[in-house]
Design a protein around this ligand. Sequence first.
Ligand code: NAG
Ligand code: NAG
Ligand code: NAG
Length: 348
Amino acid sequence: MLLPLLLLPWAWGALAASPPVPPASVTLRLLQIYVFHNASSMDMEGMALLGDLETHSMDCSTCKIRFRQPWAQQGLTPKQWQDLELLIQRSLSDFILKVNRGAQQQGMGYPFVIQGSLGCELHPNGTSRRFYDAGVNGEDFISFDADTGKWVARQGDNVAALYARDLLNRDKGAASVIQFLLRTCVNELKSFVQHGKESLERQERPVAVVFARAPPQAGTPAPLLLVCRVTGFYPRPIRVAWLQDGEEVVAGWWLNSSGILPNADLTYQLRSSLAVGPGDQHSYACRVEHSSLGGQSLLIPWEQTRRWGLGLVVGITLGVVTIAAVAVVLWWSRRRGYQDVGPGESSP
Ligand SMILES: *[C@@H]1O[C@H](CO)[C@@H](O)[C@H](O)[C@H]1NC(C)=O
Ligand SMILES: *[C@@H]1O[C@H](CO)[C@@H](O)[C@H](O)[C@H]1NC(C)=O
Ligand SMILES: *[C@@H]1O[C@H](CO)[C@@H](O)[C@H](O)[C@H]1NC(C)=O
């Protein structure tokens, strides 16, 4: 069994003294993706995630472990990391052989994708959950039950899943290795949380803007959609609400949210929209609450269209007046210029 071997650094890095339980639930998980193109070609990628932070990655064109955080190498010596890479490289060929044999026996068509997710979640009350789930082609396939030490099929009617379950349950050695890894996972998690404290506690302030999406067709009395776009924040938890005349707008068809989406730089974004009637005279504001704001909240008022309209009229009027003034000055100075240099006249 290859999958559990990727978890060995957690076991090696176990701390003797148990560090404190983190203040919020944290998950340590190892994700693996195996793409079987055909019986002779496959790609493998793996990554370790602490919460939403990628700590390690592996791409099996080389099968080298990469450290994605400055502190991710702590807990193992260079020699141990090397041994781990070797172990993975060797186990991979055994795993590929077994999967291909199973695929042929079960008449599974290529290509197919196997995904594995192994790890543990530690809650602030000190309890934890351990898991090892595998999926095939994006669907649940089998899971390891840490309490009984047995694999279970996630789809009772899937012959291939039942086959894989029985095959794996006969492998007592692999099961005890997995049990050991899952047992030590929580200690590893605590150790990583300690090493990566600074990265995990990173605070990025949200930036928010409010704008209106025009109604679908001009002239129709469709509601105006006010949009509050909040981006660049970390960590993920955030609260965004709309205020109508200072009162929080309650949930309903008029409210919609994109949900929290990731940005490329490990910050997050969210859009919340509010539908308001075309002739609405209330005042609206978007309120953002986030841990980076030090107990305060961002309040972004919606600048009503009619105010924009007034601004535009004032702007255009000022512009016209300015152009007229410049034209008059130019005309006057040119006239004076002609007069100044006109023949037969001398400057005063
Ligand atoms: C297997 O898949 C790889 C990658 O898609 C391809 O390059 C190769 O030609 C395939 N081999 C066979 C025997 O089909
Ligand atoms: C501990 O916290 C988790 C998550 O908040 C909860 O699901 C679980 O029931 C709690 N367990 C106990 C014993 O309080
Ligand atoms: C909410 O937003 C989603 C995605 O932008 C959209 O598909 C959906 O129709 C919206 N729902 C309402 C009630 O406006």
